[in-house]
Design a protein around this ligand. Structure first.
Ligand SMILES: Nc1ncnc2c1ncn2[C@@H]1O[C@H](COP(=O)(O)OP(=O)(O)O)[C@@H](O)[C@H]1O
Ligand SMILES: O=C(CO)[C@@H](O)[C@@H](O)COP(=O)(O)O
Length: 561
């Protein structure tokens, strides 16, 4: 039997995973996960300012360790039979680069400057700039934000660029161009990071940089200059065209071929975002909502262009031709915090233990805490009088991005213990998911079923059952522990010519599903009512945090509240 291997590399928020896959059987032959060392120590971040930066060396060092270890875990012969590598990353996670495409933090004089590092998707330092983009876009003759849900987000490319150029004269002086993480790593693997030549991912550019065929590329220089003269001329140092990720970026460089110990003709694919490749790895089909549930969620949908291409779906993170499966319209929505909310609550509980009893005790409790809370919360009945929490602890991504919003827990009394609060937090993340489903449906895009992938989908039956009950839909969980990396491997198999199309690669390499959560009708009915309370509570919080200039949010009528 023919033997060809491909490697998918998946850069998540906290760690990178490498997966070696037999391209003919789909066997996941070797895998490894490596954390980002500097990031783990909290370097270059300041949560109080929503500043989250990652050093390029964290990516390079962890990728090298992960790929070598994954190959060490694979059968001996696999190493010489690797044909392709594709990379997915978080996004929008852009970095300022010099003329050679070198991230500024790799220059010795800027090695410790967070503004020369990758600005992680969840960095919200550019809230003011996002608002400015929205204001200008609303008054500009060409509506540049119409394909990204009508609202530009501070998590995205232009807001981050503008904020950083304003904040840092050194970046202003040294930044020649800007590159997304998925594009930079893929180009780095080919040894040519020239920002004017490297192929830019359709997925990243379309969802986050306002690239669209109808605009002949990025927004016009006039628009950018009007936004801020600092942006004048940058468009010419970015890109006009984009590529879907079934295409090759190039061939691996000698340096990386030697480091990994793989053939010198290994093809490197065009990169994309983790959620988009994850949806492919999880066998996304038209009108199945694929939820990537981890720190945050990304909610992915595909549909034939001819069926939904005429719609402009309000309040989502973009509709882009070919961003998930080439030839189909890819749509993205999501929640800025999901598992991060549980992690926050865990930290809240563990922190005093650390102070009072020390690191060892804190570690021991932290390892057991969330599964314990989930077990206790799972024993509680679901009642109309339960606590209500709103999941905007990291702002709201969709529907209708607004990262200045805050979350809340309402209805506390002296009987509100940690399992009850944890249950309310889990339900809040599920209600956030429901509001996304409702938005798609209200905008004319049907959702027939739900597929889940990501750390939370695999680790927590309690969260998944709650989600199925709240959505009142069955949820299938993809069997692969590494659906994003598997999706990347499928793209690598197409980019390297093993398969002509992505559906062929999906057919041969998929891992199927290993769990289905069916909604429980009794709970689903109560959740219908609690969801109304969630909407009311959300509107209340939104009005509390409103700027004077913004119109008030209409509180939904809910006779149960
Ligand atoms: N047993 C659990 N139940 C619910 N959530 C969990 C559990 N274990 C971990 N998590 C959450 O999973 C999230 C990490 O998800 P994962 O998909 O592994 O990473 P990433 O989002 O970085 O790709 C964290 O936010 C964490 O709080
Ligand atoms: O926003 C996107 C993609 O558009 C994700 O990269 C972002 O949510 C990060 O997700 P993870 O934390 O890696 O699950």
């Amino acid at each position: 039997m023919k033997q060809d291997y491909v490697i998918g590399i998946d850069f998540g928020t906290d760690s990178v995973r490498a997966l070696v896959v037999n391209a003919h059987t789909g066997e996941q032959a070797g895998t490894a996960v490596q954390e980002y060392e500097r990031w783990k120590q909290g370097k270059y971040c300041d949560a109080s300012q929503s500043q989250f930066r990652q050093h390029p060396l964290d990516y390079l060092e962890s990728m090298e360790r992960a790929v070598i270890q994954a190959l060490d875990n694979a059968p001996f012969e696999a190493r010489n039979l690797v044909r392709g590598i594709s990379v997915d990353t978080t996004g929008s996670t852009p970095v300022a680069v010099d003329k050679n495409g070198t991230p500024l933090a790799l220059l010795p004089e800027m090695a410790e400057n967070p503004n020369g590092m990758f600005i992680l998707w969840k960095d919200h330092t550019a809230n003011a700039e996002a608002e400015e983009i929205n204001r200008l876009a609303d008054s500009w003759p060409e509506n540049y934000i119409r394909f990204v849900g009508g609202i530009y987000s501070s998590e995205w490319f232009w807001a981050k660029i503008l904020r950083t150029l304003r904040a840092d004269p050194e970046v202003r002086e040294k930044a020649f161009s800007w590159v997304e993480h998925c594009d930079w790593v893929s180009a780095e693997l080919t040894g040519d990071t020239d920002p004017l030549k490297l192929k830019r991912s359709r997925c990243a550019a379309g969802h986050k940089a306002l690239w669209h065929q109808d605009f002949d590329g990025l927004p016009s220089n006039d628009f950018l200059k009007k936004l801020d003269p600092l942006l004048d001329g940058l468009r010419d140092r970015l890109f006009d065209t984009t590529e879907t990720s079934d295409k090759p970026m190039g061939t691996i460089s000698d340096k990386w071929a030697q480091k990994f110990g793989i053939p010198a003709d290994t093809v490197i694919g065009v990169g994309a975002f983790d959620a988009h490749m994850g949806a492919v790895g999880a066998l996304i089909e038209p009108y199945s909502l694929c939820k990537v549930i981890g720190t945050s969620t990304c909610d992915m949908l595909i549909a034939p262009n001819e069926e939904v291409g005429h719609l402009l779906i309000k309040g989502i993170c973009g509709q882009v031709d070919g961003s998930i499966i080439p030839g189909m319209l890819g749509m993205e929505a999501g929640q800025s915090a999901f598992g991060d909310i549980y992690a926050w609550f865990g930290k809240l509980v563990v922190e005093p233990v650390r102070t009072l009893l020390g690191e060892e005790a804190a570690k021991e409790i932290a390892a057991k805490l969330i599964p314990h809370l989930a077990e206790q919360a799972g024993k509680l009945p679901v009642k109309e009088t339960d606590l209500i929490a709103v999941d905007w602890l990291n702002g709201r991504r969709t529907p209708d991005a607004k990262h200045t919003l805050k979350g809340g827990i309402l209805g506390l009394n002296l009987a509100s213990d940690s399992p009850k609060i944890f249950k309310a937090l889990v339900e809040s993340t599920a209600f956030g998911s429901k509001s996304i489903v409702e938005r798609f449906r209200n905008e004319g895009v049907p959702i027939n079923d739900v597929i889940a992938i990501g750390g939370v989908a695999k680790k927590s039956a309690f969260v998944m059952q709650t989600l199925a009950d709240v959505l009142n839909m069955p949820i299938k969980v993809a069997a692969s522990e590494q659906a994003c990396a598997l999706g990347a491997a499928m793209f690598a198999a197409v980019a390297s010519g093993i398969y002509a199309t992505l559906p062929e690669a999906q057919q041969a390499m998929n891992s199927g599903f290993d769990a289905v959560y069916q909604p429980r009708q009794k709970e689903a009915q109560v959740y219908e009512q609690l969801y109304q309370k969630y909407l009311v509570s959300g509107a209340f919080l939104e009005n509390e945090f409103l700027k004077k200039s913004e119109p008030a949010v209409i509180i939904p009528v809910a006779d149960t509240y």
